[in-house]
Design a binder for this molecule. Structure first.
Ligand code: AMP
Ligand code: MG
Length: 331
């Protein structure tokens, strides 16, 4: 079945919403990365989503809604959740909260957990689609499991052409990193907000709203694919914190580039973390392709500062560089 490439005009959005309601898989652009959408209230659609991604089915998915009111229809927000939503929604923040008993979201979405991860994306076309679909849409990144997340419709097509019904082309993702995931389910037992995944909203910005933000202990949170050690992996091996580079390596540069690389992708000449975040996944894809074309041995990544969005960029580079456990992990 060929994948329909839809323009994000009124007709395209209506077609995409129709397909979602029919239980088909539709990729769409958000400000973070392209998501592979499926009706979260339709178990067959969710099962098909896991199959298309080649994703292990025990990984919980994020439900996307067009507004905070719609998102909070499926979960029980506490005071902190409301404050975070007020400040960061629509935007790249995911909240994990107790699920409402009346929520029509099927258990497979949250791997049977009593909690649910919800988000309201900032990309206006995505929100139009979600409003037209009229139900929560589960949407992990629109790539085959374990590979680099897509930030354009072309990236999605490269990995999933023929495996999904349609792609709504919403233009390039402006943030380019997945959402920050915060677990708020500990509140009743006095446990404060915990960071499950660094992402598009910085830890510093979250602390400004809720005071504290603890790192989730290893093994405590259900591991989403993006939290597995090896993830976001280009095909070429990746080396981090490079202080020098050889002619048989491709260089992922940040700031003035090291000399002598066989290929170069500049994340941000000016050393701007926002620009680097937006270009990270495209950079990994570009160097992977260049490296394969020129027979290079690997990718060398220059050091990235650890503060602000640098936390999420370093998190993704760490997973991209981790030893590979074999196919089928992560997404
Ligand atoms: P992705 O769909 O690849 O953006 O990843 C989803 C992220 O949300 C992963 O980091 C999951 O661990 C996290 N997540 C989703 N649902 C839950 C949940 N119910 N409890 C804890 N984490 C969740
Ligand atoms: Mg992913």
């Amino acid at each position: 079945m060929p994948t329909e490439l839809l323009k994000a005009d009124e007709a395209g959005i209506a077609r995409a919403a129709f397909l979602l309601r029919e239980g088909a898989l539709v990729a769409f652009g958000t400000e973070t990365v392209y998501g592979l959408g499926a009706d979260a209230t339709n178990a067959r659609a969710i099962a098909a989503l896991f199959a298309a991604k080649g994703r292990p089915a025990f990984n919980p998915l994020i439900c996307h809604s067009p507004s905070a009111d719609a998102a909070f229809a499926d979960v029980v927000p506490d005071e902190v959740a409301r404050r975070l939503a007020e400040r960061f929604w629509p935007g790249p923040l995911t909240l994990v909260l107790p699920r409402r008993a009346c929520s029509p979201v099927v258990p497979l979405v949250a791997s049977g957990l009593p909690t649910l991860a919800v988000r309201v994306p900032a990309q206006p076309l995505a929100r139009k689609l979600l409003a037209a679909a009229g139900r929560p849409i589960a949407a992990p990144s629109a790539n085959r499991s374990g590979r680099v997340s897509p930030t354009t419709a072309a990236h999605v097509l490269a990995g999933l052409d023929g495996l999904i019904a349609a792609i709504l082309d919403c233009g390039p993702a402006v943030i380019g990193l997945e959402s920050t995931v915060i677990d708020l389910t500990g509140s009743p037992t006095g446990i404060g907000p915990r960071l499950l995944r660094p992402g598009g909203v910085t830890s510093e910005a979250i602390r400004e709203i809720c005071g504290s933000l603890a790192a989730a202990a290893e093994g405590e949170a259900p591991k989403g694919p993006g939290m597995l050690a090896s993830h976001y992996a280009p095909r070429l091996p990746l080396r981090r914190e490079a202080a020098c580079v050889s002619a048989n390596e491709a260089l992922l540069a940040f700031g003035p580039p090291l000399r002598g690389a066989g290929a170069l992708f500049q994340l941000s000449e000016a050393g701007d973390l926002t620009e680097a975040a937006a270009r990270l996944f495209a950079g990994l894809r570009t160097l992977d392709a260049e490296g394969a074309r020129c027979g290079l041995a690997g990718i060398a990544a220059m050091p990235i500062p650890k503060h602000g969005l640098g936390q999420a960029i370093n998190d993704r580079l760490g997973r991209a560089a981790a030893p590979r456990p074999g196919p089928g992990l992560g997404s």
